[in-house]
Design a protein around this ligand. Structure first.
Ligand SMILES: Nc1nc2c(c(=O)[nH]1)N[C@H]1C(S)=C(S)[C@@H](COP(=O)(O)O)O[C@H]1N2
Ligand SMILES: [Mo]
Length: 397
């Protein structure tokens, strides 16, 4: 069937594509196999991503969440998710084109962007594929070491200002952001040729709080995080924050690109009709940084359980902890102040059991919109948006 659909383009590549389909029934940014080997290695594992042959060179590097100790993730620990090779861009040759349904198409240089009024804001990014290895019990524990979420202070120019200067036409519907990175994806659901990484935002979101960032924690963006300029879309999953941004295209129809509708999209069913919906806002979620999965803790001792919690377009209202496999829950202490679109650190002082044995710890966040983490995963999310309660098992000795 695959070969039939491919028409004339049957060959080695088509065969590889069929295999890839069999191996990857779910549309996940982090395939089970890739996630597993990446988590085991605990380091960059580009080879694991080449599951369709040798056409795509991506990178997945997690943040070792057990090392969480402050609000801000250092740049060299911030998780990395790239779909193609990092493009080699320079400040002097970088240009940002703004075109489409605008009155005044623009082409900005880096210096021009820097001359505009800047704003700074901490924003937590989480990849829509974060925690997807947790869906597979046989890899119990691995994601605790490799988290696809991190927090940084970003500085740049509000996208709203650029759109205002370009002058949106009344017909403008969405703002498509395109990266300089490109490649051939090579699965049966992708175009055959080379495509750029691109995502779109509704006009309202584009004008609300999106930043065209050139600085991360006070330094130039590192190459792998989008040097010299990237978008930061607060409160949305990471796929919206397009790196190596070089083109903004204001479109009059909903954008239906690969990373909009095929990848980073999921099924929603209304009235018995399932339709494909792009992933947007973050779900409410909490993570246990310590103890680590399968950590050995002393019995009858004080232990500080520590973690982070975040949500989209709201604030974390509370985090609860259970140390008895979900039977009883107690409030954790939320640390620092609540800053919108960033994670909130929390702690819970636990008196460990008097007797040795295995113990299951869970945490569960609720936001001010009343959203609470569920206990089960909705399979229509296709491996993305893994936000249900995830247990951590420890050995009491
Ligand atoms: N141009 C471009 N932008 C991109 C991506 C990409 O591959 N290319 N990956 C996206 C995804 S899926 C995520 S989760 C975030 C990751 O940002 P980070 O690598 O700085 O953590 O970037 C997003 N922006
Ligand atoms: Mo992502």
């Amino acid at each position: 069937m695959e070969e039939f659909m491919m028409g004339k383009r049957i060959g080695r590549r088509a065969v590889l594509r069929s295999c890839a389909l069999l191996l990857l029934p779910m549309s996940s940014s982090l395939s089970p196999a890739a996630a597993r080997s990446q988590a085991q290695a605990g380091v960059n594992d580009t080879a694991a991503l080449n599951n369709t042959g040798n056409m795509v060179t991506g990178e997945i590097t997690g943040f070792p969440i057990s090392q969480l100790d402050g609000f801000t993730t250092p740049n060299n620990q911030f998780y990395v998710r790239n779909h193609f090779a990092v493009p080699k861009l320079t400040k002097s040759t970088w240009r940002l084109k703004v075109e489409g349904a605008v009155r005044h198409p623009l082409e900005l240089t880096y210096d021009q962007l820097l001359s505009l009024k800047a704003s700074s804001q901490p924003v937590t990014l989480e990849c829509a594929g974060n925690s997807s290895p947790m869906l597979f019990p046989q890899v119990d524990g691995l994601p605790a070491e490799s988290y696809m979420a991190s927090n940084a202070e970003w500085t740049g120019v509000p996208l709203a200002y650029i759109l205002e200067r370009a002058g949106l036409r009344p017909t403008a519907k969405e703002v498509m952001l395109e990266g300089a990175d490109a490649g051939e994806i090579g699965d049966s659901r992708s175009p055959a040729g080379i495509i750029h990484y691109s995502r779109s935002l509704p006009i309202a979101k584009a004008r609300q709080d999106v930043l065209l960032a050139y600085s991360m924690n006070g330094a130039d963006l590192p190459a792998e995080h989008g040097y010299p300029v990237r978008a930061i879309v607060p409160g949305w999953y990471g796929m919206a924050s397009v790196k190596w941004l070089t083109r903004i295209n204001v479109v009059e129809e909903p954008f239906r690109g690969y990373y909009q509708e095929i990848n980073y999209a999921y099924w929603q069913t209304h009235d018995g009709l399932a339709s494909r919906v792009p992933i947007t806002e973050l779900e409410v979620k909490s993570a246990i940084a310590r103890p680590k999965m399968n950590e050995v803790v002393a019995r009858d001792a004080d232990y500080r359980i520590f973690g982070a919690a975040w949500t989209g377009d709201s604030h974390v209202a509370k985090v609860e902890v259970s140390v008895d496999t979900g039977r009883t829950w107690s409030p954790a202490k939320l640390l620092g102040e609540s800053i919108k679109n960033t994670w909130r650190l929390w702690e819970f002082h636990w008196r460990t059991p008097a007797n040795a044995g295995r113990c299951t710890i869970m945490c569960r966040a609720t936001d001010l919109r009343g959203r609470i983490q569920p206990f089960v995963y909705d399979p229509d999310r296709g491996g993305y948006m893994v936000s249900h309660v995830l247990p951590v098992h420890v050995e009491v000795q």
